[in-house]
Design a protein around this ligand. Structure first.
Ligand code: PLP
Length: 427
């Protein structure tokens, strides 16, 4: 029965029981962290062999004979470009290998547009207003970058199959100050859902008023499935191909990295785009650096051999992550289904579950969890300016704690969600 069908007395009674449970948890001195989408230590262990790829005797030459120990090769060694191109399903000529993190490449792309403009258009710093579309809930660090540059962010509701395309088409076609959109097309952070073919096609066929409008296609979870069975793996259309077909070849920058493949912060990152964009980026990048860490590029390729090798490795991550997601989902299904006070996503991949509590309750739930010893991502964080207009979304990051800890964590979340909902209903 839904809580809103309970009598006041019954709700009071339920609340008393829940508070008893909550206080017991609080007294137990539990300490859990579900705030960030970090791989667990057991996942990091999976890549330790990569450190044995080189020793002082190793030949550190790339496939083209280039000595990776030295300066040079701005856009990455050929085999790393090929491996990342295969992961992003494009050609090596479309790829630049960057440094240790894709977020850095995204920041730099906006920074370049800001100071120097894109393909001869006015640098954004010289414009009165720059606006950006932000599908929500989304990745807090994306919004952090656009906020940092003083870009006005516009919330775009996310549906089951991607962002509201009617709204996006309307906005970009009329307003030349809208210069971009953040997209996490596969296993979105935090919903874990993926864009449908229709959404990708409509995105690629946009007719923006701004010539320098760019889709920031952050394919951070391109190969991060939770299941080995193909029917349980999401697939998305290739945005670079679709943009080309729609005559919008230059409209997209795609990003990916090996952060959640090997070691976050010590992996390799890549940007992919049209040859014209790649040329422009390389020209500007050549002022910034002589070249990124080629030894790490070589280490990654020697370890994995190719994209197939990476995908095989990802199945090992899936085996570690799957029980964690399933532990949380099982608890939510068993303890929260049928009360009408929360909904949650059931992703096939990625690092997050998106959990929506009753409107006006998310902050309270997160605070109560914290007081009971469990840290969650701050309520509102998955929204521009940290403001969730409905105060209902909570990001669950199950990757770091153990499955046993996740059972405890889910219990706390469930109790707090119920308490907040009942107190709201009793207001
Ligand atoms: N993009 C998304 C959508 C993410 O969720 C994350 C990390 O959580 C990143 C990018 C960070 O990637 P990188 O380590 O390559 O900067």
């Amino acid at each position: 029965m839904f809580y809103n069908e309970y009598s006041k007395e019954k709700l009071q009674e339920e609340l008393e029981g829940l508070y008893k449970e909550y206080n017991k948890i609080k007294e137990s001195g539990i300490s859990l962290d579900m705030s960030r989408g970090k791989p667990g230590p057991d996942q990091l262990d999976l890549s330790m062999d990569m450190l044995d790829v080189f020793n002082s005797e190793s030949d550190l030459k790339a496939s083209n004979g280039f000595d990776c120990r030295n300066y040079g090769v701005l856009d990455g060694i050929p085999e790393a470009k090929k491996m990342m191109a295969d992961i992003m399903e494009c050609n090596p000529e479309n790829v630049i290998i960057g440094g240790n993190a894709s977020l850095n490449l995204m920041y730099d792309a906006i920074s370049r547009a800001y100071t120097h403009g894109i393909m001869g258009e006015t640098p954004w710093c010289k414009l009165d207003k720059v606006k950006w579309l932000c599908p929500v809930p989304g990745y807090d660090r994306h919004f952090g970058i656009t906020e940092h540059f003083g870009i006005e962010m516009i919330n775009i509701p996310l549906k089951e199959d991607g962002p509201d395309m009617d709204m996006i088409e309307e906005l970009v076609s009329k307003d030349a100050s809208i210069k971009g959109i953040w997209c996490v097309p596969k296993y979105e952070n935090p919903t874990g859902l993926s864009y449908s073919d229709e959404v990708v096609k409509r995105m690629a066929a946009l007719k923006p008023a701004a010539k320098d409008f760019r889709i920031f296609w952050d394919n951070a979870y391109a190969i991060h499935h939770l299941y080995d069975e193909e029917e349980k793996q999401d697939t998305i259309l290739n945005i670079i191909d679709e943009c080309k077909k729609a005559g919008n070849e230059d409209m997209v920058y795609e990003f990916a990295s090996t952060s959640k493949v090997t070691f976050p912060g010590s992996g390799i990152a890549a940007i992919a785009s049209s040859v014209a964009n790649v040329d422009e980026i390389k020209k500007r990048m050549s002022v910034q650096t002589i070249g990124f860490d080629k030894m790490n590029q070589l280490r990654h390729v020697k370890y994995f051999k190719n994209a197939e090798g990476v995908k095989k490795h990802m199945a090992k991550h899936a085996a570690k992550l799957r029980p964690k997601f399933e532990a949380v989902l099982k608890m939510l299904d068993a303890e929260l289904d049928g009360y009408g006070i929360a909904t949650w996503t059931k992703p096939n991949g990625g690092y997050f579950i998106s959990f929506d509590v009753m409107e006006g309750c998310a902050k309270k739930v997160v605070n109560m969890c914290k007081e009971a010893g469990m840290v969650l991502t701050g309520a509102g964080a998955p929204f521009p300016y940290g403001i969730d207009p409905k105060d209902s979304n909570i990001r669950i990051a199950p990757s770091y704690p153990s499955p046993e800890e996740l059972i405890d964590a889910s219990k706390i979340l469930i109790v707090c969600t119920k308490i907040a909902a009942i107190e709201k209903l009793l207001e």
